[in-house]
Every structure is written in C-alpha cells, then in structure tokens.
Design a protein around this ligand. Structure first.
Ligand code: UTP
Length: 278
C-alpha cells in the first residue's frame, strides 16, 4: 500500500549535548538498539521497506548503521555473539535505504520537502525517531495508520492527549470526532500557549502524508522560530482537502528529552530486553 517512509534526522539534538556533539541523536541507544532502528522496524512492520533519510552534517553513522560491517561480521562469525547482530541484519536485508542532505536546518517542513526527490508522487510515512512508539498488544503505530489510510486516502497525523501545562511543546489539533479516537482536523496550531490551545490533542512524530503536501510546503512561509513548520502546511491541507488525526494504540516516549529517554530505557529494559534475553 505505502512503500516509502521518510526519516528527518538532520536536527542538532541540542537537548542531549554534549552526547550529540559528534554523534547523531538518532543513534542514542535505548538499551541495545539505536532510536532510529526502532523507527525503521516500525516502518517495515507497516510495509514501508523503502526508508529515505533526510540527514545533515555529522550524521554518517546513520548510513553506516544500515550497511554491512564486513570487518565486524568477520570477527564475530561463528561465535555466540553473532546473533546480537541479527536484528539489524534482518532490517538491512528487507530494506532499501536512501539519503539526501538538508544543508540548512530550516525546520521539519523544510526537511520533509528536502526528501521529495526520494519519495516522488506517492503517499508516504514520516517517522521522527526521537518519538519511540511501542504497542505491546498489537501492530505498531504506523501500521495502525496505514489501515486508516486505506479507508480515508488522506493525510493522517498521530495524536496523543497531553497535560495542558505541556501543550506548548507540540503542534495541536482541533477537529470533529468521527468515532472513538479519530478526528477530522479543522485547524492546527504549532506550540500554542495553554490558554490558546484548541484542545489537549498533541501531534507526535508519526505521519502519513499525501504527496500534494510538497507543493503546500513550498508555498508555506516560515512560522514559529523562523522555521517552515509542517503543522502550518497541514493546516492548509486540512482547509483545502482532508487531514485526519488518530489517537493511536500504544505508548509513546519523548526520547528527544532526557526524562523521556530515561523512561523509555527503563521500559524497554524491563518489558522487552529482559523478556527477550530470558
Ligand atoms: P526537534 O525539534 O526535536 O529538533 O526536531 P532537534 O534539533 O532534533 O533537537 P533539539 O530540540 O535541538 O534537542 C524534530 C525532528 O525533526 C528533525 C529532527 O532531526 C527531529 O527528528 N528536523 C528538525 C530536521 O530533520 N530538520 C530540521 O531542520 C528540523
């Protein structure tokens, strides 16, 4: 259905300095796997085997992670450690990985537009890998969204209820509730104050976008922080066409922040890593 997924990974990750001075934020490991691999595995589970990265300077480790490391593999071949590489080998075998560089960090909207040559005229997924999403009881968040896309054939954003005191960190939607957990978006606003926020439904880092979004981004003026905001482009798309918001099943950890990252690490260690190792 949807074969391509875009991974904007060009950001500086300043909240994790000095760890991210020379290492991409997306390579920070949650227990034994880098954040970006969780995102790629979620995309592949949703059928998106063509992974397109919008990278920047200092991000070469991401490209290397999705390539074979002959020397390392030769070294551990035949030993007990060989199986430690199996999860990434499976991902590499299933996928096609392409890269383009965003030369200037002009915002998420700009990063998505930079990925256009890798995507072309088809609907695609977007994963912000610093949001780690885990659904222990069923399909991943992107796979849930693909099911909705089959029905509605329009852009879909994943949303989560957040406390009002935290709302100003997010893009926020207002819309008509179609059924439990599904909204048709009327408007959306980036980083509103708690007083002006239209709801407590915050957009998190999972999207399905239809390709008309590229022209809309091209015609979107820079907004908050002088950056081209994807929220502003989606607001236009909601007004001229259709955007749905989906309250997903599962848990999302904000691994772009230190507390969220620590919470994710504890969760994965207790609920996934230890079980797998048992
Ligand atoms: P963030 O707002 O988390 O920014 O971007 P950041 O630079 O990664 O992190 P901090 O705030 O400095 O700690 C959200 C996502 O959008 C990507 C980032 O890589 C991240 O996945 N992004 C953002 C780009 O790829 N390009 C941009 O110009 C901006």
């Amino acid at each position: 259905m949807i074969k391509k997924c875009l991974f904007p990974v060009a950001g500086y990750g300043t909240r994790f300095l000095p760890a991210t001075k020379s290492m991409p934020k997306e390579m920070l490991p949650v227990v034994n796997k880098p954040l970006v691999q969780y995102g790629v595995e979620e995309a592949m589970q949703a059928g998106m085997t063509n992974c397109a990265f919008v990278t920047g300077r200092g991000k070469r480790a991401i490209a290397d992670h999705f390539d074979i490391s002959y020397e390392l593999e030769h070294q551990i071949a035949g030993s007990k450690k060989e199986n430690l590489l199996s999860s990434i080998r499976d991902v590499i075998d299933q996928g096609v990985f392409t890269m383009v560089r965003q030369r200037e960090m002009l915002g998420l909207g700009h990063a998505i537009l930079t990925g256009e040559p890798l995507i072309g005229p088809e609907a695609f997924g977007v994963v912000l890998s610093d949001d780690l999403c885990i659904n222990a009881d069923g399909p991943g968040v992107l796979a849930q969204m693909v099911e909705l896309y089959k029905q509605f054939r329009c852009s879909i954003v994943a949303v989560q209820e957040v406390p009002m005191e935290a709302i100003s960190a997010y893009g926020v939607i207002a819309g008509e509730c179609m059924r439990d957990g599904l909204y048709r978006v009327d408007s959306m606003v980036e980083k509103p104050s708690p007083e002006t926020a239209p709801s407590n439904l915050a957009i998190i880092g999972r999207y399905i976008l239809t390709p008309d979004i590229f022209d809309i981004i091209r015609n979107t003026e820079p907004g908050a922080n002088g950056e081209v905001q994807i929220t502003d482009a989606l607001q236009t798309q909601a007004q001229t066409g259709c955007v749905m918001a989906y309250k997903f099943q599962g848990r999302r950890f904000d691994c772009g922040s230190v507390p969220g990252f620590v919470e994710a690490t504890n969760h994965v260690y207790e609920n996934i890593y230890r079980t797998d190792m048992a």
